[in-house]
Design a protein around this ligand. Structure first.
Ligand code: FMN
Ligand code: SF4
Length: 678
């Protein structure tokens, strides 16, 4: 038996957990009609198969109709959920893992225009910033109804084979009762801590009565809201003690912070560039004070930190949630002593930001996550070994190389630069986004293990490719910044990449014109502002940086607001002209009527990329498929069989930004879904 602290079993009441790593509750927004159907099940089962001890499914499954599914939550208030839950729990148990589900009433943390359009409610009228609803102040009959809803939902989950349920008590209704900031009730449920905790304990009491003792009950709660006037650490410790002493629950799952604003949420679930394991010591304090089973998760991305959390007795079970979105097989790799093979979570929060935009949670660099029904996490070997030549060692090219090599093919990669990474290497120039390089480093180390040949500093042309006698050529050459957007004066502007790469010195009074709305615009702005420049970011869109999304915007704003950057929306840069050593920017608007000028010493344009596709078009005539991709075959997971040119000697494909400007996830998905069938 291993003496690795992470691999020791843990006895949680009657439930034996096979090791110390859990996936904490998270809603990936995969439900279909509010039910955990195929996609949900396949996603959950893959993590169980990978060896995790306990997977907590469904962040925030709704117990009531007036808890509208704002990020496509599971609808635990419907009886029809029971067979779907049963299918999932059976499949997870078969893989040797335990499975629980998180139940909640979102209270004000949702929107009234979702689900059944019922009024949103809370123990006060205070608006929640993140979802913008003005809640109804709840009444006595709401309280009775919701307590019963919780008990009904828990009973459904037990009938579906769950090992237990966890209640969400940070930022949602239960915590809206507990926090003095959101509870303005009089009488039994408002005022003193006793009264503010009454709702939580009434809910647990009702559930326990329904499910009996042989069912795990836990709570995920904030023990310090980190807000003036909110629950502080001292009260949080008292709450922890009272929860334990209630005798109603089996563990505490500790959160520190508040989630009612984007910055608050980002401190609870830290993004890349923020400290690792920021609340682990705090969770350790709760465990020490209560001597009660304690769980915790918050940016424990690597195995060494998780091991420390257990070995140092900070917690009993450690969550590695996003880490499992990136690599579902962490435990298997620990057991097989292959920790180096674990695909690292780089903290990009692409997963989370997507769900708050109404999308599905996808991992920025594992395109199989959430697509387990069609995309493999372990790549099967091909029947026939082929020679695959890839041009470009950015994320798309490296993913194509990795997957092709896993298939058993002979792979050669050409790259014009002296090192791999493409746009990601530029992204990683920002101190805060340095973790992004993990996307490249992991692929390089996998490719090296798999025997991929790299030719750096090599500008591949048609002759270079022909000399390789390839069966397949994949063009992943990416794109170049596109700045020709003005009617006049295009030669006066520089690109966001020029600034990020350091090729162009930042100006002192700068207009950043950003209609791509992605990271590069804000990154360039931050470089300039940090170098002492005065920056205005202008976009013709109705919001700035929409592709950056909510949690990713937080660190930029924390930095840019301090540097006094200004933001101008709905205005369009039309032309530029020189005036002495200054540039006059002519500004108009799609809305008409407006015409302004700015006098600056630098204009930076962020307008995406245009494909670097010369080689593709040069190679097209010599290919069997003339570059055509069968989308039917691509989408159904069949090998590409287009044959348009009998004289062609190789298949030719193009992926990532070499086709059109998109993002890292799209580039990696392009590569995976093509290469897995080559
Ligand atoms: C897509 C996504 C959805 C989440 N939804 C919930 C949720 O509904 N309830 C909850 O308690 N936590 C939720 N979380 C937070 C995670 O449980 C976890 O606390 C967080 O990701 C920090 O842990 P990690 O750094 O190990 O990922 C979510 C996380 C992600 C990535
Ligand atoms: S998107 Fe980023 S934070 Fe989310 S799981 Fe993937 S690497 Fe981790």
């Amino acid at each position: 038996m291993s003496n690795d602290p992470l691999l020791q079993p843990y006895q949680l009441k009657h439930l034996t957990l096979r090791n110390r790593i859990i996936v904490t509750s998270h809603e990936p927004a995969y439900p279909e009609d509010g039910m955990p159907k195929g996609r949900y099940r396949a996603y959950t089962v893959e993590r169980a198969r990978g060896g995790v001890a306990l997977t907590m499914t469904a962040g925030s499954a709704a117990v009531s109709k007036d808890s509208p599914p704002v990020f496509n939550n599971l609808l635990a208030y419907k009886d029809e959920i029971v067979p779907w839950i049963r299918e999932m729990t059976d499949a997870v148990h078969e893989e040797g893992a335990a499975i629980m589900i998180q139940l909640t009433h979102l209270g004000r943390r949702t929107r009234w225009d979702k689900g059944d359009w019922l009024p949103v409610l809370a123990p006060s009228h205070h608006r929640e910033a993140a979802h913008r609803a003005f809640p109804k102040k709840l009444e006595d009959w709401d309280i009775e109804r919701i307590i019963k809803d919780f008990a009904d939902a828990a009973e459904r989950m037990k009938a579906g084979g769950m090992d237990g349920v966890e209640l969400e008590a940070y930022g949602h209704l239960i915590d809206q009762f507990t926090s003095p900031l959101t509870n303005e009730l009089d009488g039994p449920y408002g005022g003193s801590l006793d009264n503010r905790m009454r709702f939580c304990l009434d809910v647990f009491r009702a559930i326990r009565k329904r499910v009996g003792d042989d069912f795990i009950l836990g709570v995920r709660y904030t023990a310090d809201e980190c807000l003036p006037g909110g629950t502080g650490k001292a009260e949080g410790l008292e709450i922890s003690r009272r929860l334990k002493e209630s005798g109603l629950i089996d563990y505490l799952n500790v959160i520190r912070g508040h989630i009612d604003t984007d910055p608050g949420l980002t401190d609870v679930i830290p993004i890349q560039g923020m400290a690792s394991a920021p609340h682990l010591d705090f969770a350790g304090d709760i465990r020490a004070a209560t001597r009660f089973p304690t769980f915790h998760a918050a940016k424990i991305q690597d195995v060494a930190t998780a091991r420390h959390a257990i070995a140092a007795g900070k917690v009993d079970m450690i969550g590695m949630t996003r880490a499992h979105m990136t690599d579902p097989h962490i435990l298997r790799k620990i057991i097989e002593k292959r920790e180096d093979d674990i695909r690292p979570c780089v903290g990009a929060n692409y997963c989370l930001d997507r769900i708050y935009q109404g999308g599905l949670a996808f991992c920025i660099h594992n395109a199989a996550t959430g697509r387990e029904e069609t995309m493999p996490h372990s790549i099967p070997k091909a029947d026939v070994r082929r020679k695959i030549v890839i041009v470009g060692a950015g994320p798309a090219g490296l993913e194509a190389a990795r997957v092709s090599a896993e298939r058993g093919h002979k792979v050669v990669v050409f790259e014009a630069a002296n090192n791999p990474g493409g746009q990601i290497r530029l992204t990683a120039q920002s101190e805060r986004r340095r973790e992004m390089i993990g996307i490249i480093d992991w692929r390089m180390s996998q490719c090296e293990k798999l025997g991929v040949t790299f030719r750096f500093n090599t500008w591949a042309d048609a002759d270079t490719i022909a000399a390789e006698k390839p069966d397949v050529v994949v063009i992943a050459t990416g794109g170049l910044p596109h700045t020709e957007v003005l009617t006049k004066g295009n030669e006066l502007v520089v690109s966001s990449w020029d600034i990020i790469s350091g090729d162009v010195k930042p100006g002192t009074n700068v207009l950043v014109y950003d209609d791509a709305g992605d990271h590069a615009g804000l990154q360039a702005a931050e470089f300039i502002a940090k170098a002492g420049g005065k920056v205005e970011i202008m976009t013709p869109d109705r919001a700035f940086a929409p592709e950056v999304m909510a949690m990713n915007l937080v660190p930029y704003m924390r930095s840019l607001q301090k540097l006094d950057t200004t933001f101008t929306v709905t205005y369009k840069l039309e032309a530029a002209e020189k005036s002495g050593n200054q540039i006059i920017a002519h500004v108009g608007s799609d809305y008409g009527g407006a015409s302004k000028q700015r006098v600056v010493d630098q204009i930076v344009v962020n307008h995406g990329t245009i494909p670097l596709d010369d080689l593709y078009f040069e190679l097209k005539p010599g290919s069997k498929n003339l570059g055509e991709v069968s989308y039917d075959e691509l989408l159904s997971g069949a090998p590409q069989t287009v044959a348009r040119n009998p004289d062609g000697t190789y298949q030719l494909f193009r992926i990532g930004d070499a086709v059109a400007a998109r993002n890292t996830h799209a580039a990696i998905y392009d590569a995976l879904r093509l290469a897995k069938d080559l």
